[in-house]
Design a protein around this ligand. Structure first.
Ligand SMILES: CC(C)(COP(=O)(O)OP(=O)(O)OC[C@H]1O[C@@H](n2cnc3c(N)ncnc32)[C@H](O)[C@@H]1OP(=O)(O)O)[C@@H](O)C(=O)NCCC(=O)NCCS
Length: 180
């Protein structure tokens, strides 16, 4: 499974990605919008296991791909579309970058567009959702850029409420995307 953009290759994870994936997940900046248990090495290794299981599912429902710099082959983040837990025609979009790349080079803008196109064109989706956190303004800006609209506030875990934040749910329909 591969998606190629101007600067990146999005592909399934390989064992050699583990070190870089663990490294950026352990960076202090990364932890800002995560529950404490989500940034332990054990949690991060389990995430990789789950992505690998998703990669061999038949039929495939979930895509969580490594974002690799085409020139340096460096792992700079991950992103994907997950249909698990959603109705037919729907999937959830997620993109994350290693913190040193945040707000600098429009990497997420490029990767987000490629994943949205993959979802509507290749997977035949009619609707893409995304779940974020009220305080995560980088995610809000990225989603709004592509025409996502806020559709709700799902129940939030206690650690999030303790910080005065809540979950936000976003939606982009194929119709909106096509008009975009
Ligand atoms: C969500 C996330 C990927 C968004 O990253 P981002 O850095 O805002 O997105 P981009 O790389 O696309 O950068 C956008 C910035 O690129 C810059 N930019 C825009 N167009 C540009 C261009 N043509 N050329 C260069 N830079 C440009 C702008 O400064 C823009 O910032 P702005 O939206 O404030 O104006 C990132 O914040 C992230 O990985 N967060 C962690 C994920 C997360 O919170 N997970 C929770 C885990 S528990």
């Amino acid at each position: 499974m591969e998606i190629i953009t101007k600067r990146f290759l999005l592909r399934d994870f390989i064992p050699a990605d583990e070190a870089a994936f663990l490294t950026y997940h352990a960076e202090p900046g990364y932890a800002e919008f995560c529950a404490p248990e989500e940034v332990t090495p054990n949690f991060t290794r389990k995430l990789l296991q789950r992505f690998n299981e998703w990669a061999i599912e038949h039929p495939r429902r979930n895509y969580q791909l490594a974002i690799v710099d085409r020139r340096s082959s460096e792992l700079i983040g991950c992103g994907g579309l997950r249909r698990e837990g959603y109705g037919s025609g729907q999937a959830e979009l997620g993109v994350e970058l290693a913190p040193q790349f945040w707000g600098r080079y429009a990497f997420a803008i490029e990767v987000g567009k490629a994943l949205i196109e993959f979802g509507f064109r290749d997977l035949g989706l009619t609707e893409i959702r995304s779940i974020s956190i009220s305080a995560n303004l980088r995610v809000s800006r990225l989603l709004e850029r592509y025409g996502f609209v806020l559709i709700g506030t799902p129940p939030s875990p206690a650690w999030m409420r303790a910080r005065g934040w809540h979950q936000t749910e976003w939606q982009l329909t194929r119709e909106t995307w096509e008009k975009y």
